[in-house]
Design a binder for this molecule. Structure first.
Ligand SMILES: Cc1cc2nc3c(=O)[nH]c(=O)nc-3n(C[C@H](O)[C@H](O)[C@H](O)COP(=O)(O)OP(=O)(O)OC[C@H]3O[C@@H](n4cnc5c(N)ncnc54)[C@H](O)[C@@H]3O)c2cc1C
Length: 459
């Protein structure tokens, strides 16, 4: 059946798919936009799931950003939840959709197709991995299962010390559950450089999280008295629940079966307007491979920010390709991998390439500088001396002094400018509310009292 209106079908209705749909409607008033998701919800806040499990977010409705009804009323977008797209027929420009409630299958045709099928949790084929009591956390139904299991649990083991593992550790500890993280690498948050991860590890331990680093889980078993996790070197832990948080992989099976080009990591290859190797199909979000804007290497970045941005850019490119819509010339220029994570009272943030990412990319032309403000108050008193170690890669003391002075000036100025803006230029208020830096400025001290330390030897 041919449609007069241009018809855009979107597969997957969370971060990338939902933002693409909403943007498309703004650019193309006449198009027919239809969105399918195999899950029971669209447009929900995955990032809130750990806090829903931890009962910090008590009301499930707070996780839902937009419902199918809202999409329909506000944007005239047709949303079908619990509808799985099972095949793409590129020649006929159609997809096969299975209605999960009754198993019926129908054909839907498109002028443009968007794939935002996300990623799936990695489940290594370890003995016992399918035992009851072992969970993943990807969506709202998963969070209910985990929440129910947590109600009766005294001990939990989280496998994987990435963002989700750490956020879940905080939430489980706050529920009174003895929580252990087992992480295969020698640090938590593998994207961070080891020197930074040390802060997170210390803070986790101080807050009661047990860490087993550098050990790989090998199997699970259920014995009469409960569930056991077996890890390398003969280690065993008894637990009431296990959360698998060892990462995700692109959910690209539909694209693969349709013969779209995939990258070496299994994500769909796209160009700067998120178009795949088929000119009528676009792909956004966790399912694609992106370029690291620093190293220029291909990678997967499963984060909501890039998915939303890519959804909007793809919408612009589709509108342009359909001819009679508003034009948009946005291009996707790669990712910096900016991420922020709070664990208890510590906020950890990263952006750009870490030292280890640079090394992986064989980039050697860089310097590392470690700034540690809390040392200002070491031993309960303010420190006025610069406490420095010469990093191995720095060629001379003079060069290091230069780097240090520049860094101090930049950091101090940034702090001061922000504080001045916040206090409408009132330097006295700034001095009262900020630490030693502005006090130094307020008192017209000549020398900034800041400590710049090489933190390499800390752990
Ligand atoms: C617990 C958790 C916490 C997170 N916290 C953060 C955070 O704090 N900050 C951050 O930036 N990112 C966070 N993320 C990651 C972020 O949620 C994802 O990067 C983002 O949602 C990716 O968007 P997407 O549209 O690519 O895929 P998703 O949001 O995963 O959506 C994909 C959708 O496609 C549907 N689908 C898949 N295949 C089909 C099919 N064949 N037919 C129909 N539907 C299909 C799925 O049901 C799913 O609803 C978190 C993720 C999780 C799981």
């Amino acid at each position: 059946m041919k449609h007069k209106q241009k018809r855009i079908l979107i597969v997957g209705g969370v971060a990338g798919g939902a933002s693409c749909a909403a943007r498309l409607r703004r650019l193309c008033e006449q198009c027919e936009i239809v969105l399918f998701d195999k899950g029971p919800h669209v447009s929900f806040a995955n990032c809130g799931l750990p806090y829903f499990v931890g009962n910090v977010i008590t009301d499930e409705a707070k996780l839902i950003v937009a419902t199918p009804e809202l999409f329909n009323q506000r944007f005239n977008i047709d949303v079908h939840v619990e509808h799985e797209v099972i095949q793409i027929n590129r020649e006929a420009k159609s997809i096969l959709v299975k209605k999960l409630q009754d198993g019926s299958i129908r054909i839907e045709q498109y002028d443009a197709l968007v794939l935002s099928t996300g990623s799936k949790a990695i489940r290594p084929p370890l003995p016992g991995i399918d035992l009851p009591g072992i969970f993943v956390l990807r969506n709202i139904p998963d969070s209910h299962k985990l929440r129910n299991a947590a109600l009766n649990a005294k001990r939990a083991v989280i496998i994987g010390g990435g963002f989700i593992g750490l956020e879940m550790a905080e939430n489980l500890v706050k529920l009174g559950i003895t929580t252990t993280i087992i992480e295969m690498t020698h640090q938590v948050m593998p994207p961070l450089d080891a020197e930074m991860a040390v802060f997170a590890e210390r803070h986790l331990r101080e807050n009661g999280v047990k860490l087993i680093l550098g050990k790989a889980v090998e199997s699970f078993s259920r014995q009469q008295d409960g569930l056991y996790v077996h890890y390398s070197d003969g280690g065993t832990l008894q637990t009431d629940l296990v959360l698998l948080a060892i990462g995700v992989q692109p959910e690209s099976s539909l694209a693969k079966e349709a013969g779209l080009q995939l990258g070496s990591r299994g994500g769909i290859q796209v160009n700067a307007t998120l178009q795949t190797s088929d000119p009528f199909i676009w792909a956004v979000g966790d399912v694609i491979e992106v370029t690291d804007s620093v190293t220029q290497q291909a990678l997967s970045v499963p984060l909501a920010g890039p998915a939303n941005r890519q959804g909007r850019i793809a919408a612009g490119a589709i509108a342009e390709s359909l001819g009679d819509c508003k034009k948009s010339h946005l291009k996707f220029r790669g990712v910096q991998g900016t991420a922020v994570c709070q664990i208890f009272n510590l906020t950890i943030a990263l952006t750009g390439a870490s030292e280890k990412a640079l090394q992986r990319a064989n980039i050697t032309d860089y310097q590392t500088i470690f700034l540690e403000r809390s040392l200002l108050f070491a031993n309960g008193k303010e420190m006025t001396e610069l406490d420095l170690e010469l990093p191995a890669e720095t060629k001379s003391v003079e060069q290091w002094k230069d780097i240090k002075e520049q860094a101090i000036t930049r950091v101090e100025q940034a702090f001061l400018e922000t504080a001045l803006k916040q206090h409408q230029g009132d330097i006295k208020k700034v001095a009262e509310n900020m630490g030693i830096t502005t006090r130094a400025v307020y008192n017209k001290l000549k020398k900034y009292e800041i400590n710049l330390a090489d933190y390499r030897g800390v752990n």
